[in-house]
Design a protein around this ligand. Sequence first.
Ligand SMILES: *Cc1c(COP(=O)(O)O)cnc(C)c1O
Length: 229
Amino acid sequence: MYFYIVKLIAMSIKSKIESLRAALPEGVKLLAVSKFHPVEAIVEAYAAGQRAFGESRPQELKQKYEALPHDIEWHMIGHLQTNKVKYIAPFVHLVESLDSERLAEEIERQAMKCDRVIDCLLEIHVTAEESKSGWDYAELLAFVQSGGFERLPHIRVRGVMGMATFTDDESVVRADFERLAICKTELAQYFGAEFDTLSMGMSDDYRLAIEYGSTEVRIGSTIFGAREY
Ligand SMILES: *Cc1c(COP(=O)(O)O)cnc(C)c1O
């Protein structure tokens, strides 16, 4: 009975990944958001060929990195406290939640220690919701224009990440994605060709995000089911 259930879950993870892959246009990367799901679920996604996974908590990310094959790309997508950067700096593939000058300085410090250059996305706050994290765009722009990132050579800025408002009102979600796309276009002039990523769209809104130019969708519950917090 137990194995039967495990196999059913496995089949559904595999088929979810396959149908998502078939639905995504070329040039849109699928990040499987595995936060709060066990290593076994990631193994099933891995068996379906998935290699990019997103996590929101540094210690959980580190434990999963240690338990799983090392050709997995780990993306940090949750709010990152400066005192936790050290857990993920040696191996993280992309920090998507770079949202302050202070965090940038700490990533620079830890990356230098590991003799790495760490790829990061600038997380921008575009919604009216106080609870969401991310850079205030005006502050970010001022930091970029003052050459802030030129002083942080162990950070390579790859683009922008953001979330839309949690609402059923599609026009609000569209406006948020449009705003993120505009921010990405504006910021691109300050960076090189490697500034190529626009990470936006989750299970409930990724189709809309793609309409506004998303290059990476971060999908959790559609693949793995509901999370148990
Ligand atoms: C949890 C999370 C996701 C995935 O959300 P789903 O609705 O489960 O697809 C995507 N992005 C971020 C930043 C998240 O925290």
